[in-house]
Design a protein around this ligand. Sequence first.
Ligand code: UD1
Ligand code: UDP
Length: 382
Amino acid sequence: MTIYGTRPEAIKVAPVIKAIEKADDLESIVVVTGQHREMLDQVNTMFGIIPDHDLNIMSAGQSLNGIVAKVISGVDRILELEQPDAVIVQGDTSTVMGAAVAAFNRQIPVIHLEAGLRSGNIDSPFPEEANRKLTSQITKLHLAPTETSKANLVHESISENDIVVTGNSVIDTLLYATKLEVEFSDERLQKLQEQRNTEGGVGRVLLVTAHRRENLGAAMADIGNAVADLARKYDDLTIVFPVHLNPKVREAALPPLEGLPNVIVTEPMAYAEFTKTLSLVDIVLTDSGGVQEEAPSLGKPVLVMRENTERPEAVLAGTVKLIGTRRERIVDEVSLLLDSEQAYAAMAYAVNPYGDGVAANRTVEAINWKFAGGLRPLDFGV
Ligand code: UD1
Ligand code: UDP
């Protein structure tokens, strides 16, 4: 039984669900909590995934405890009804932690995808760092994306015999999506795509996303102001900003951007449109976890508006840089990449530390190994 609730979880479990459906000896049950609504449905629709159960828990201004309470009680009912042999959760959201606790309390083994990411600071990202650590404590099979994440788990006394390094399934999804032909639903983006395909058709393009809870409020306003400063400073720069549906993001980040002709503010983009946009732009400015994993694969420099990251691999490779959320710093760091060919070239090359596109198959093999006596798969990168 795969349980998930938000956009990034949906993107990363989609190939795993497809691989389980194809496996002869596994039966798939799909449960969504609906922690997100539109943004979750967008991904399920793209992959043709129709959940068997939908808890539909999202509410405006939802609190962390409100989400977790609804997830535990709702998932518990479904576990009682379906009696699955194991539960799969992915990542670090409130859905993940709540679903893992519900399964653990019913003595159903938990399989954790994207296990072992650690920032080392329990307060940041909040509450995700705690959600990951809590989930690790009650997981039977840890599927780590990289050797670094495996080492984090081993450091916390988790047995190597319960860990397989699979790579991150986000790269499976990314490779699938970037092969698709995309017709943008927003005509400004469709025009941008056409201009990009014509030599010299458009200046530089910056893609922005922001949503982290710890960045809501003053930091989010700084982000909006920094983007506005950049739009005014560079009139050959087009800025594309698909805005998260969280009203707190919108009320802080959007007012400074009003009336700026070179800023394209959009609703959350369908995954294929977003990844196509990623492949078209020059620079990415984000506080997203998933985008930090995808953009390096496409050779795009990423400036991360956070103080730390649980994804150090691309920082070490030199394609991702942590820059925090101060307005002046954001403007300076983007300006450096726009003004210095050398600085840009130093960050703009493709690296694939997070996966090779077959993490979902390794996941199914690892499940068969742990629970049905199959062969242990080779770790990603071996
Ligand atoms: C959550 C996850 C975070 C993940 C992010 C992905 C937790 C604690 N946080 O963020 O790890 O990076 O999702 O985006 O689980 N909303 C809609 N429609 C949607 C989605 C959201 O209207 O499809 C609005 C609702 O008003 C909702 C609000 O956004 O109350 C915030 O959603 P929520 O899932 O609580 O966001 P975060 O916790 O910030
Ligand atoms: N994404 C998307 N449409 C958008 C913005 C992002 O499909 O308009 C995808 C992106 O490709 C990545 C994921 O959403 O895979 C990241 O989600 P988010 O930033 O909300 O969460 P995080 O990864 O930080 O948990």
